[in-house]
Design a protein around this ligand. Structure first.
Ligand SMILES: Nc1ncnc2c1ncn2[C@@H]1O[C@H](COP(=O)(O)OP(=O)(O)OP(=O)(O)O)[C@@H](O)[C@H]1O
Length: 339
């Protein structure tokens, strides 16, 4: 399968007055053409910073300190800002959690989407307007003609998110990065937006990186999943591998905190006790060791190597080593001969 994006050993830090926050610490993954890849993890695990690194939108103090982000033949990390501007928003675009803060309250929604086309295409004014109306129809904004002249505050949260999606799709991007796009919306609206995204992805064949802390959403939308913790990828696999052949204690913890449709109502959801690592001074071993119920001495001392469990499934956990004890080891049966 052809990869549209290949991220290799990405390191991103924020240089603050308290020191260097190592937000992303050696992240590698690829995005295949036409797939929806889910990126999950708790708040602070480095999901957004990874996305912002791809787009080179880190803001003040943020810097990629190592690694590469290959997009076709280009490494975006070393690409001059001027050329990045042609990629950003046009060939790789993004949808964020809060559409209100990304929309200009003083400009009509139609004009805002049209501005995107003015910046990145040669379309005439009339052609651009026609394209905006087409995009509004694509994201199922009712009465596109009339809605073109509305201001953001006249739209509901769900409708504003549709505008953002229309804007993100304006230039037919090869990659769409959606960062918690439905988190601020209520469940019904969330569902509608997910359905729109799924349909658009299938119709337009783009590749999508879908960032969320919600495993339920991942199960509905994604074919492959990356699980992040403490600025690293702890597990990666197909939907089935992550959900039914789970091979990392952190993923197990996340799964226990998801409400099950078939579960009994009285069943309390477990949240993982403890808090995420301090990225100003990251732990030298496994980032999850301090919260892991299965941790042994080695876990807080040595970073776990990546263990390959199948062509598509990898995990970084010392419990997968051949030498790891079988007792109190949920992965004892999964340990590959080579690990
Ligand atoms: N501008 C910044 N300055 C300093 N630290 C930052 C900055 N932006 C992010 N960080 C830190 O980087 C780490 C990763 O943050 P990130 O936003 O990627 O997490 P996340 O997994 O996307 O969480 P959320 O779901 O809350 O967005 C956190 O420790 C965060 O505090």
């Amino acid at each position: 399968m052809e990869n549209v994006l290949e991220i290799d050993d990405l390191h991103t830090s924020f240089f603050t007055r308290h020191g260097e926050v190592q937000a992303v610490r050696g992240v590698s993954f690829s995005l295949a053409k036409g797939e929806i890849l889910g990126v999950v993890g708790e708040s602070g695990s480095g999901k957004s910073v990874t996305a912002m690194s791809v787009m080179q939108l880190l803001g003040r103090g943020g810097k990629i300190t190592g690694g590469s982000v290959r997009f076709g033949d280009t490494d975006l990390v070393t690409l001059p800002e001027e050329q990045l501007r042609d990629v950003r928003g046009a060939r790789i675009s993004m949808v964020f959690q809060d559409p209100m803060s990304s929309l200009n309250p003083l400009i009509t929604v139609g004009k805002q989407v049209q501005e995107m086309l003015d910046t990145h295409t040669q379309l005439s004014k009339a052609e651009a307007k026609a394209r905006v109306l087409e995009l509004f129809a694509l994201v199922r904004i009712p009465e596109p003609e009339r809605r073109y002249d509305s201001y953001p505050h006249e739209f509901s949260g769900g409708m504003r998110q549709r505008v953002m999606i229309a804007m993100a799709l304006a230039c037919d991007p090869e990659v769409l990065i959606a960062d918690e796009p439905t988190t601020a919306l209520d469940v019904t609206i969330q569902d509608q937006i997910l359905r729109i995204l799924r349909r658009l992805q299938a119709e337009l064949g783009m590749s999508v990186v879908f960032i969320t802390h919600d495993l339920g959403v991942v199960a509905e939308l994604c074919s492959r999943v990356i699980v992040m913790y403490g600025g690293t990828i702890v597990e990666e696999g197909t939907l089935d591998e992550i959900f039914t052949h789970t091979a990392h204690p952190y993923t197990l913890g996340l799964l226990k905190s998801v409400p099950r449709i078939d579960g009994d109502r009285g069943h309390r959801l477990e949240s993982i006790p403890g808090s995420p690592p301090d990225l100003l001074d990251p732990p030298k071993g496994c980032p999850f060791a301090a919260r892991c119920e299965f941790a042994r001495n080695i876990c807080s001392e040595t970073p776990p190597p990546e263990v390959r469990l199948s062509e598509t499934h990898t995990s970084r956990c010392h419990l997968l080593a051949q030498a790891a004890p079988s007792e109190n080891n949920p992965f004892a049966e999964m340990r590959p001969a080579h690990a």
